[in-house]
Design a protein around this ligand. Sequence first.
Ligand code: UDP
Length: 234
Amino acid sequence: MEKRNKIYEGKGKILYETDSPDLIIQYFKDEATAFNAQKKGIIDQKGVMNNKISTRLFSFLSSQGIPTHFEERLNDREMLVKRVDIVPVEVIVRNVAAGSLCRNYGLPEGKRLPVSIFEFCYKNDDLGDPIINECHILALELATPEEIEIIRSYTFKVNDLLTEFFKALNIELVDFKLEFGRYKGQIILADEISPDTCRLWEIGTGRKLDKDLFREDLGNIEAAYQEVLNRVSI
Ligand code: UDP
């Protein structure tokens, strides 16, 4: 697989064309951002760890019937993925209250939710990724009703699968964000799944193993990402 021109550079990843029109290379950086990039920093080796963690999680989800963009991990920082058109909607699932849910609705951090919350955000950094509902998605023509339904059903299945997957590793899946893309007329799971995009708490101790350590300057970030990598690699 030949690496060609850079297509796009985002906050955490760089995308490169390849000699195949259907495949691109996703390169994972160490740069970390939070609060819509108002806070910036470096987490040493984050790119390497997230590439490996994402590989493990996408492989697991594929094996359980979720279509994903993942093809193979190429090296420490690069993953070969299908070239998709990203649906400009971020999908968030919350099982336990944290982050913006606590800020916006006054819930205490750590409250287990009686039902999981499913949220859509408009993927638009200039607007600060505002929360939207299905009417906004249709009115802004971000996705069709059929696509929304498929995204919703995949997302619930991913929540069930990953909740059990992490529970077996003594980790609670507090919340997470997914992105989907269009590939040859189908909706498939894209982007990454890592401690940058999930909140992961150790069961029993409540130890945070995710990007909140960076957001809140709590320290030991590299060790926490490494801990997640070690556990998912078993
Ligand atoms: N999330 C993400 N990217 C975003 C926004 C959220 O990966 O642009 C993830 C975040 O890591 C967390 C979940 O989605 O696991 C819920 O995020 P929340 O809205 O609470 O984020 P906050 O506002 O606290 O950063």
